[in-house]
Design a protein around this ligand. Structure first.
Ligand code: MN3
Length: 247
């Protein structure tokens, strides 16, 4: 297997996290409903905390609408599109990796489905503070300091034009900050920077407008108080264990 296909295979395997080990702590229900060994539907996992649990940093009304309306809608439409195409049994990560082959409805709603599953788990009422351990070492190595990392991530989030996401990913073995438009993510074959997502921030206006109106920087500042570094660290540890020797 050459390097490129090995990396691609690695990314596909990495996204298997969504359905396995990492879900045990953060997500209470399995993402995938199976029937006779075949998935029949992509499941919207329960929020790992109450809708108002992230207050005062992210308000309950926003969380309620974001989860129960926006994310639920992406999930429903992703299921409809995937069923219509006959790809409902494929892992979401494989669909992402081949997203350019499918209609826009898969790119938009599949991305919206997966990105929000990640996002809910990357926040916690007991979050905030700074990364530690090997993740801290990697952040310091790549960005010199946690403060410098946060500044760079916030700057990237602030300059996403219109709707999109900001990401911390592992690309070719190194940490990298990148952004995507709309509901794209770094697992997609169309992404400019492909990699394994460690942390993401939704910068669509629906994520902050009720509380912060047009003040996206206030929302980004508040986000640091709820970042679930434990979850981010476990994602990095998973990546290291599986792929550090490959890329
Ligand atoms: Mn959103």
């Amino acid at each position: 297997m050459d390097k490129r296909s090995f990396i691609k295979t690695g990314l596909l395997g990495a996204a298997g996290l969504f359905a396995s080990s990492l879900t045990a702590k953060g997500i209470t229900s399995r993402m995938f409903r199976k029937s006779a060994g075949k998935r029949t539907e992509f499941i919207q996992p329960k929020l790992p905390y109450a809708v108002n649990a992230l207050e005062p940093y992210i308000d309950g009304q926003t969380m309620e609408l974001h989860y129960a309306k926006h994310h639920a809608s992406y999930t429903k439409r992703f299921n409809e599109a995937a069923k219509a195409l006959g790809i409902i049994e494929k892992p979401a990560r494989e669909i992402m990796a081949d997203v350019s082959k499918y209609p826009e409805s898969i790119r938009n709603n599949g991305g919206g489905y997966l990105n929000h599953v990640l996002f809910w788990n990357m926040m916690s009422p007991s979050g905030g503070g700074n990364p530690s351990g090997v993740l801290l070492d990697a952040v310091n190595r790549e960005f010199q300091s946690v403060e410098a990392f946060k500044e760079k991530f916030a700057a990237a989030a602030g300059t996403v034009f219109g709707s999109g996401w900001t990401w911390l990913i592992v690309k070719d073995g190194s940490l990298m900050i990148t952004t995507t438009q709309n509901q794209d993510n770094p697992l997609m074959d169309v992404a400019a920077d492909k990699g394994f997502p460690l942390l993401c921030l939704d910068v669509w206006e629906h994520a902050y407008y009720m509380k912060n109106q047009n003040r996206r920087p206030d929302y980004i500042s508040a986000f640091w108080n709820v970042v679930n570094w434990d979850y981010v660290s476990r994602r990095y540890a998973f990546w290291q264990k599986k792929y550090a020797g490959i890329v």
